[in-house]
Design a protein around this ligand. Sequence first.
Ligand code: GTP
Ligand code: MG
Length: 288
Amino acid sequence: MTNKAIVVLGLPASGKTTYLAALWHLLQARKIESKIKSVRLRAGEAQHLNEIAKRWLAAKKQERTSQDRNRTVTMEVQSSASGNEFVLSFPDVAGEAFAEIWEKRECDPEVLNSLGAQGVLLFIHATDINPPNWIADDAKLNKLLGIQQNSGEPVAWEPRFAPTQVQLVDLLRCLQEPPLGVGPRRLAVALSAWDLAEGDKRNPEKYLALHLPLFHQYLNHGLDPAWVVKVYGVSAQGAEYDSDGGDGKASAGAKTMREMEVPSERIKVVHGESSSHDLTEPLFWLLD
Ligand SMILES: Nc1nc2c(ncn2[C@@H]2O[C@H](COP(=O)(O)OP(=O)(O)OP(=O)(O)O)[C@@H](O)[C@H]2O)c(=O)[nH]1
Ligand SMILES: [Mg+2]
């Protein structure tokens, strides 16, 4: 049995826990063909996995992962094609831990350990992107909203204001340099909430080039050429789910998802022009 580790990265609310919840359901339910099968859970966290999978099944949004509740799930999995078995470590870490690498140049020691993995699964919420803003556009928006602007007065800048793609490029740069660098890796970029991006009628790679052009250029021309990259569109929910807060009204999408006979069919994974319900596809490619 080979030990393989995958590190799951992503800024806050990028879809990491939702992916893990849907993955656990899919592996346990075995209702659809998948490239990877779960053999057994090796280390603890069954309760966590069962809780998040239960929320997923009920079409409820996951709770934000808090930094003092980072969890690494270790499972024994098997490739359906070759029968080879792997021990897969899959950390469910709060996005704040990765944001801190950019904002404070600090890294939690536990997170540091998991960052040595050869396989990197990087989540980016396809529609929750902080784009670079133009001062002229901001001024226009402030005027429309009736917000008083004191022109000529500097506004203190904070690293968290940086555009999403700037933070992501820096994260990848850190993974290539000491103390986080471990040589060439495989990188699967998962554009999560793909159901919200599909209206664009573009494949995931083209979507990335359009909405995160700096990041896309970095993948192609800035990253160590020995790294291998694939871009996936991932809809782990299939639609918008109910949130716990607010008026408690059920979303129409969540209702449709709850009515599906085979819940694993809510899932959609897109690569290039092909799509499937197999959420294990990026993991299989990373383990290969
Ligand atoms: N529409 C849609 N929304 C999704 C999907 N996957 C995740 N989301 C939403 O994205 C938001 C963040 O999802 P989480 O899985 O909690 O993200 P996370 O990366 O674990 O967040 P932290 O724990 O805060 O780091 C939630 O509002 C989810 O409902 C999806 O496939 N479709
Ligand atoms: Mg989370």
